[in-house]
Structures are given as C-alpha cells and as structure tokens.
Write a protein that binds this ligand. Structure first.
Ligand code: BGC
Length: 424
C-alpha cells in the first residue's frame, strides 16, 4: 500500500503534465502506460519468474511489451541492444549486468532514478557490492532485482543415491563421483558448449583451484603474474579433466537443456549459476530432497556473484511514469521474495526475510553474507561483474578455444594473459 502511494507520487513528480510555452498553455503528449522490456529470460524457470513482474506491473495498469532475446548470459541481448541504441530506438527498460551498466551510464544514455531511490530509501537496503553497479557518479541508474552466484554444482539426488555416492566436498571426491557415474553408463557432467557457459564453469574451477586470493589477483586485479602462474595452468588442466565427463553432443547446447539432463537423471552434475535451480524447481523437484545445490567443491566459503538489474533508457518523457513504476515494482520487498523464490536467486535487498526460501536459497543468502564479511565475495568474471566486456570477451575466447581442445593448457595460460593485456 505504502509502496503504491510512493510510486504514484514519483510518477506525479516525473510526468510533465502541462508545458507552458510563450504564455500559451499546451497539453503535453499523453502519458504512455506501456513499458518495453528487453531481457534474456526465456527458459521455463526464467519465464515463470518474469511473469511475476509482468503481472505486478499489469495490476498497476502498465502494459508490458515483451522483447525477449534468447541466449543465456545476455550475449545476444547485448548485441541487439547495441544496434537498437545505435539506431536511436532503445527499449524503455533493459535487463543488464555489472560492467555493462557502467558502460551505458558513461555514455549518458541511462535515466537518473535518484528521486525514486530517495523516496524509497534504496541507499539503506541495497548492499554496497550491488551499489557499485546500480550507481554511477553518485546517481542511481539501475534497480537491482536479485543476486545470483556462479560457483554451484547441481546434482540429481536419486542418481547419487543409486550410485551409492555422498555429496562431494573436495575436487577429488567430485572427480571420483563423475568417474562412478560414467562407469555406470551415465553422463558425469551436463554442459552446453557456449562461450558464456564454459566461462561459468571456469569461474568455479578457478575459485576452487586457486582460492579467494587467487580469484582476486587473476580475475579482478588482472595481475599478469597470476594470469601466467602455475595455478592458472592447473585451472586449465582441471578444465581439460572436466571435458572428459561430457557427452559428445555438448556443443552449442542451451544451459537449460543441460539442466534437464540432470533433472531427468541422465547426467549426475551441472556446474551453473543458481538460475539452474529455477529449472529444477519449475520441474516440481524439491531442493535438498530431489536435487542438491553445493558450492563447487573446494570453493566453499567464497562466492562469485552477479546481479540482474534493470536500467531505464532515456526515452521520450511520456514514458517516464511507466519506467518509474517499473523500477519501483522491481524494488518492492514482497516482489523480491515472490520473484527470487522462483528465479533461483536471492533478493537484492538486505531487509528481506529468508523465511519463504527453500533450503538452498537460505544457504545462498547466508553464504553471501558470510563471504561479504570475510572479503571472499567477488564479481563473477563470466557474468560481467569482474571486468568490462572487452576483457571478459578476451577471456571467453581463450577459455572456449581451450575447452574445445583447440589449444593446450600451457598455450591457454599465455594466451589468456596476452589477451587480457591487449584488451585493457
Ligand atoms: C543472468 C541470469 C540468467 C542467466 C541465464 C545470467 O547472466 O544473470 O538471470 O538466468 O544468465 O540466462
């Protein structure tokens, strides 16, 4: 209720109802009650979560114009956005990640959300790690909807049981479990060979192999010595090792189809961000009973996160009211619970209870808080939270070429260091 009143107030502040020009009174163009939303939430779990937002906005009288761009991790969505913006036709609202937000803000194309943020006191409830991307030059330019993390392994509980396996805690136990699955005729690791998925696996492997300090040095600080180190060699060797557990058809497969292989019990594990949990839940499986989500073995205590945020592009003034309502709807605490319990992520606000989340969601919230306290919370390289897109894409190229067996682990080490130097 309070929320609705604040949103209306902000709309009233933003909507220029009447324009005075040269003493004559002209009506401004009528307010438009639609919002076009560009996003890449097209899997079953993602679409179910998106519907929560769509329905909330429609209940406020805002018509949702859907612009879905399939392609996990947002690679294709960002390509479409660039061409729309270049043509002078950006969508009103866009799902965006990390450093991309900073880039668009720097170009001066994003609407300033300060008035709404102040009225709703976002400063007090959004954690600093997210504000790093929601604010630019001290101004609010994005509304964070969630926090995901990438260092997870998803597994089918019945299959673990059938194979007589415990949940692996160490890298060696993890490998031994996949060996057992393969020997019994199952696929050890479900994976989709797309650059962003390879990079998502790499996030977890690097964190597990080198630990938090190494993640900081190699992925965040881009320290050349770390990038060329023996630890980095070991990371690539472990990526090689993982390739041995994939099925022959992994190339180009969408991430949600890889999740389905674990859901169906054809594969034992998937290494993927917790949007995969949205697929398990959407398939009617119960967390902690039918499936497990564990931190990539060896990376316990650290978290690589990414946060989906909505930015509003500077479009014609008559759209501002709808944009403001959308940003307000995204930040609503009840919405953040309803959305994130379906999406597999956790709320972007610190004042939201974990009571309605299943066990893995509650664990994720606790992990994030603990990692934040201990300095072991890092932006995910694979999901645009560690570096600008140029550096991330340079890393993607090397990781994917190596994962597809085109270059050796030794060659990958120098290639990644060289590529980063060039991209910076
Ligand atoms: C986004 C998630 C999305 C996933 C797969 C990530 O980059 O943050 O919201 O579910 O990509 O598309």
């Amino acid at each position: 209720m309070r929320k609705g009143i604040i949103a209306l107030l902000v709309v009233a502040l933003l909507a220029p109802a009447v324009v005075f020009a040269g003493g004559s009174r002209e009506a401004a163009p009528a307010t438009v009650d639609t919002v076009e939303v560009l996003h890449w939430w097209t899997s079953g779990g993602e679409a179910a979560a998106l519907n929560v937002l769509k329905n909330n906005l429609e209940a406020e009288g805002i018509e949702w114009i859907d612009s879905p761009i399939a392609g996990g991790g947002g690679t294709q969505a960002m390509t479409v956005l660039r061409s729309r913006a270049t043509a002078g036709d950006p969508p009103a609202a866009v799902q965006m990640l990390g450093f991309d937000i900073k880039d668009w803000a720097e170009m001066g194309l994003l609407a300033n959300l300060n008035e709404l943020a102040e009225a709703e006191n976002w400063d007090a409830v959004v954690p600093d790690a997210l504000k790093e991307f929601s604010k630019y030059d001290g101004n609010w330019i994005a509304a964070p909807v969630n926090v995901h993390s990438t260092n997870w392994v998803w597994s089918n509980a019945a299959l673990l049981d059938e194979l007589g396996l415990d949940i692996p805690q160490t890298w060696d136990e993890y490998i031994a479990a996949m060996d057992a699955a393969q020997e019994a005729g199952y696929i050890g690791l479900a994976h989709g060979g797309q650059a962003w998925q390879d990079a998502t696996v790499f996030d977890g492997v690097l964190l597990s192999t080198g630990g938090p300090e190494f993640y900081q040095r190699a992925m965040i600080d881009l320290d050349d010595a770390a990038l060329r180190s023996d630890t980095m060699l070991k990371v690539f060797q472990r990526m090689d090792q993982l390739r041995g557990y994939l099925d022959p058809n992994f190339s180009g497969r969408d991430w949600n189809l890889a999740s389905a292989m674990v859901i169906e019990g054809d594969a034992l594990f998937q290494m993927m961000g917790d949007w995969a949990k949205g697929e398990f839940l959407n398939a009617g499986m119960e967390a902690g009973k039918d499936f497990y989500g564990i931190r990539t073995p060896g990376s316990q205590g650290s978290v690589t996160f990414n946060s989906d945020q909505f930015v509003m592009f500077e479009v014609a003034p008559q759209y501002r009211g709808a944009q403001s309502l959308m940003a307000s709807a995204v930040m609503d605490p009840d919405f953040q619970i309803a959305f994130n319990t379906v999406k597999g992520s956790v709320p972007a606000r610190t004042d939201v209870s974990d009571a309605q989340f299943e066990s893995i969601g509650r664990q994720a919230m606790a992990d994030l808080a603990e990692a934040n306290r201990n300095g072991t919370l890092f932006g995910s390289m694979a999901h645009r939270h560690a570096n600008p897109a140029s550096v991330m894409e340079a890393m993607y190229d090397v990781i994917t070429a190596h994962f597809n067996g085109q270059i050796t682990s030794e060659a990958a080490v120098s290639a990644i260091a060289d590529a980063v130097t060039q991209a910076r």
